[in-house]
Design a protein. Structure first.
Length: 112
C-alpha cells in the first residue's frame, strides 16, 4: 500500500512559529511523530499534532538547549498577549502548553 505524504505550505507572509505563534519567518522545521493533543483524547473531536513543527530562531535556541520550561514561558507570554487570557485562566493555559511541549519533546524525531 502506497503511503501518501502531504505538504502544507502557508501563504507567503503567514508563516509563524508553532511554539510562540508570532515570529516570522520561521527558521527551521523539527520532524515529529503525530500525537493526540492532551485533554482532547476523550472529546468528540480530538485534535492531533501532525508532522513537523515550524520554529523561529529564538524558540529553536531554547529547544536545542533543552530549556523546555523557558520555551513554555515564552509561548505562554505570547499566547496571552495575542489572545487576552484572563488571570483566572493563566494557570490552565500554561499547563496545557507545558503538556503539549512535553509531548512534542517525546515525539520529536532526532536528527542522526
Amino acid at each position: 500500500m502506497a503511503r501518501q505524504v502531504f505538504a502544507i505550505q502557508p501563504l507567503p507572509g503567514r508563516e509563524m512559529c508553532d511554539f510562540c505563534c508570532g515570529a516570522s519567518p520561521t527558521a527551521r522545521l523539527y520532524a515529529c511523530r503525530n500525537f493526540i493533543i492532551p485533554r482532547t483524547k476523550h472529546a468528540v473531536f480530538q485534535h492531533e499534532s501532525i508532522g513537523a513543527w515550524a520554529v523561529c530562531d529564538r524558540c529553536a535556541v531554547l529547544i536545542e538547549a533543552g530549556h523546555w520550561s523557558q520555551l513554555t514561558d515564552r509561548a505562554f507570554r505570547r499566547f496571552c498577549k495575542k489572545h487576552g487570557v484572563s488571570r483566572y485562566e493563566e494557570f490552565e493555559v500554561r499547563e496545557q502548553l507545558r503538556e503539549i511541549h512535553q509531548l512534542f519533546k517525546e515525539h520529536m524525531i532526532k536528527e542522526a
